[in-house]
Each structure stands twice: as structure tokens, then as C-alpha cells.
Write a protein that binds this ligand. Structure first.
Ligand code: ZN
Length: 225
């Protein structure tokens, strides 16, 4: 089995045998689509992405949270979201409160420290900082909190992300595709976690099987499976 900890699965009209997928939502529509999925091996996330803060209604999406396997993707984005920071925080906190006890799949672009602080303030037990490309000195705090970071296929060319892979202990590493999105002209898919695993093995100087085992273990911990 391969493990994809962050994928916009409802955008992909295809089955992926041999993959366990955490399917994240962006808004009300994708949250509903996620809840309708019948696929085994797909975990359903409910949330409003920080890019959609202010455009989507909290009161529509929050009631769906109780039917979710996890929260996400939610969080803060200080680079690409046009919503004011205070409003982003309000949405993020509303989900953390509504979904207490659930794993949180977090988008935290250029808002790494603030996002981590909010997770800790809300006593979140299990969190995944998706596509972590923030400061590597925060990795200690992420590890200390028992949280995880995902390594994305961009690790082969994004220097910041590669630095994270170099510094992160294997115990906090998950793989993700961010599938369902096009990145630099290529549609990302769960199958992209396979070359990513190979790349992780190379950088961490580990056997591929060892990395796969670790990621599986981490995924099960992260989603309390
Ligand atoms: Zn995403």
C-alpha cells in the first residue's frame, strides 16, 4: 500500500488501487462531494481552504464536520489568500472547535508559526502540516507536539522543501500528492507518491522498504487508524 496524506481526490475521476488516500476539501461543494464517496481506503476531510475564507459560509460547512474522518484542508495562508488574517484565524478556529478530537490537515503557507500556535492553543492531538516548506527550526516543535509534515512531489526541485526533508526526522514524515491540482503544467495524482518515496529514501539514505514502512506507520498514527 501507498499512503497519500493530502489529495483533492474528488477532482480526479479515477480509482487508485493500492493507495490509501486522505481526500481534502476546499469548500462546501467539495465537502459534500467527499461525504458522498463510497470508496474504501479513502478518508474524508471537511473544510474551507484559507483561499476561500470569506467566500464560503462557515454555517454551511461546519455542520458537515461530524461526518468527516478528519478536518481539512484548513489553516492560514499569509501569501496567497486575499482574506484578512483575522478572518482566516476565525475560520480556522471555528473548525478546530467544531472538530475536536479529529486529525487536522493544515495548509499554512507563510503562516507556519501562527498555524502551529493555534493548533497547540486548541490542544489538537494529531495534525499534518501539508507541503511543509517553512523554517526548519520549527520542525523540533512540530515533532515535540507529535505532529507530522508531508513531503510533496515538488521536493525534487523546491529547495526549501528539500531542506525540510533533509532536516525532518523520519518519524514525522508523510507522503502526499496534492493530487487533483495542476502544478507547473502537470496534473498531480496519488501515483506521484511513488517517485517521492524513492527520493526520500535517497536523501535520508534509507532502504525504500524501510521508508515505506515508516510512512505507513506514521499515516496510521496521524489518522488514528
Ligand atoms: Zn491541497
Amino acid at each position: 500500500m501507498y499512503y497519500d496524506a493530502h489529495c483533492h481526490y474528488v477532482n480526479l475521476k479515477k480509482k487508485y488501487e493500492g493507495f490509501v488516500i486522505a481526500s481534502v476539501s476546499m469548500d462546501y461543494r467539495s465537502s459534500l462531494a467527499n461525504l458522498e464517496l463510497k470508496d474504501e481506503n479513502v478518508l474524508k476531510g471537511i473544510g474551507i481552504h484559507p483561499w476561500n475564507v470569506g467566500k464560503e459560509k462557515l454555517e454551511e460547512v461546519l455542520p458537515l464536520v461530524k461526518r468527516a474522518d478528519f478536518l481539512g484542508e484548513i489553516g492560514l495562508d499569509y501569501r496567497l489568500s486575499s482574506a484578512p488574517r483575522e478572518l482566516q484565524v476565525k475560520y480556522f478556529e471555528a473548525f478546530l472547535e467544531e472538530g475536536q478530537g479529529k486529525t487536522v490537515n493544515v495548509h499554512a503557507l507563510d503562516a507556519w508559526a501562527d498555524s502551529l500556535k493555534l493548533l497547540l492553543d486548541h490542544d489538537v492531538e494529531r495534525a499534518i502540516l501539508h507541503w511543509y516548506s517553512g523554517p526548519t527550526d520549527l520542525l523540533k516543535d512540530i515533532e515535540g507536539a507529535g505532529y507530522f509534515v508531508t513531503i510533496n512531489p515538488s521536493v525534487t526541485f523546491q529547495a526549501k522543501h528539500r531542506a525540510v526533508l533533509e532536516r525532518a526526522p523520519p518519524e514525522i514524515i508523510l507522503t502526499e500528492s496534492d493530487g487533483g491540482y495542476e502544478y507547473k503544467g502537470k496534473l498531480l495524482e496519488p501515483t506521484d507518491v511513488i517517485p517521492t518515496l524513492e527520493y526520500i529514501a535517497k536523501v535520508k539514505e534509507m532502504e525504500l522498504e524501510e521508508v515505506k514502512k515508516k510512512v505507513e506507520e506514521n499515516f496510521k498514527k496521524a489518522f488514528k487508524l
